[in-house]
Design a binder for this molecule. Sequence first.
Ligand code: CTP
Length: 415
Amino acid sequence: MSQIESNKQLESRRILLIIGGGIAAYRSLDLIRRMRDRGWTVKTILTRSAVEFVTPLSVAALSENTVHLELLSLTEESKMGHIELARWAEAIVVAPATANLMARVAVGMADDLATTVLLATNRPILMAPSMNLEMWGNSATRHNHALLQGRGMEFVGPDSGDLACGEYGAGRLAEVPEIIAAIDRILHRHLTASSLAHKRFLITAGATREAIDPVRYISNHSSGKQGYALALALRNAGAEVILVSGITTLPAPAGIKTLAVTSAREMLSACLEQLPVDGAICTAAVADWRVAEAAPQKIKKIRDQQTLTLELVQNPDILATLSHHPSRPDLVIGFAAESESLIANAKIKLAAKGCDWIIANDIAANGAVFGSDYNQVAIITAAGVESLPQMTKLEVANHITQRIISHFNPAGGVK
Ligand code: CTP
């Protein structure tokens, strides 16, 4: 799709805005005005507490559309109103998203119109949180934030600044132009979603586990989050995704064929069975070594023996094997966790493994990469290096997905 075509389509979009009950709710009025300026059709849902902060009348006047308030409206419900609303929208924006609303969505409640629509939709959801800084920093909210991101919901903000409660810190609703830009990105991606519709992607993720004996093993700290985020982002872009997952505590993502493996050798054979594919992305932290021969019984401690020597042999390199395979995928991407000379080492790895791109992250600069929801990466290709700022792993995944779309549709005008 050309840039002009997609810009044109962006002009007539259908947005459902859910206004939560927080002090920042009044700013949703400006958001509605800016969306209308762009020619978008805006429908709104006000939660029960939102009505305490903005009047349905002003929302109706600005959106030039009906405001939806309650789940059980006779006229609406006779047409299955909430399902229709969920389907009508091309994207759903929650602004402000309060801690309470995020929590109710996180546990899958459907006790009012807003949560019912959010549970019933398969459309992209953007949340713009706003709350007191302690509430935003509370581990319950952190947990819900990560959970919702893991399910594919996107977030804009909150920004740092003066808060309505008189304190200073993270919790301010993102600025309206920021929210509009985030909606633009989602819609643009949605328009280009069909670009990967007939493409198959193989993703390795998580840690491998190599048995020493029936109770002990060699492994590492990989959480699998970046690989799982990529699986979601590629699926959202219309691709068929096969996720070959090592050890992780993450739930298998909906709509994605997930093959659970334990060792590097199992991971390799699961990957080879899936060929041919159009793209392969190796995010897994594969143990480089395994014990030459795992003991069939638990190794007993011998009292006088102060040391124990284990003979290790190298595991197969899955990324290199896929890169040199006769059915080599069109695009092979590897990851590199480096602690020094990031770009130089990543370029060496690109050549050594024979892949097309390396996504490099500096584990020295980002001490918390393992297990964290954030990542800071550089994308290294034959054409050059693109360094990205720190962002969530889902945002990194979306960015890489956009690059993949451009790779497969070079004339598509997608950046
Ligand atoms: N990888 C793989 N199979 C292996 C080892 C690594 O598929 N046996 C993949 C990883 O999934 C990642 C990339 O190779 O995409 C880089 O892995 P890394 O561990 O950084 O590279 P190594 O070759 O192990 O180099 P080093 O440990 O010396 O940095």
